[in-house]
Design a protein around this ligand. Structure first.
Ligand code: ZN
Length: 137
């Protein structure tokens, strides 16, 4: 598939003799968890998860429901934006409570393309993002 993200596209084409410098996680200003669902089949589970997040993590910012595909996202989803300080508490909670829904977790470093590909982690399945919506840096 042409739009399939590759695991490590940002570094895969670098010669071994000139490794890229290690990146500093302090460049991460926030995280997004994108919760994917099927409007016809799993919206109820997505609603329950959303409600639980709102109750237990009121400091997280819940994005709008996108029943239609938007940006690089190949399925319906909503976004949960949260501060780096929440990561250690929220991510394990999400792992245990995603209820079979696919989740994309990615940092925000200012490089959308890499944040959504090489920097990303998936829970459940890996979905083919439409990364061509982003400019490569
Ligand atoms: Zn995002």
């Amino acid at each position: 598939m042409a739009n399939q993200p590759t695991a490590d596209r940002s570094t895969a084409d670098q010669p071994i003799a000139t490794p890229v410098p290690a990146k500093d996680p302090r460049a991460i200003t926030a995280y997004h968890a994108h919760v994917y669902y099927d409007p016809a089949k799993t919206r109820g589970r997505a609603e329950r998860l959303r409600q639980r997040v709102a109750e237990q993590f009121p400091q997280a910012k819940l994005g709008r429901w996108h029943d239609e595909r938007v940006g690089p996202h190949p399925q319906a989803m909503y976004q949960i934006a949260f501060a780096p300080e929440m990561l250690a508490e929220f991510v394990p909670w999400l792992m245990l409570n995603r209820d079979g829904l696919t989740v994309l977790l990615h940092p925000e470093t200012g490089d959308n393309y890499t944040d959504h590909s090489a920097h990303a982690a998936w829970f459940g399945s890996v979905l083919p993002l439409r990364l061509n919506v982003f400019q490569r840096k």
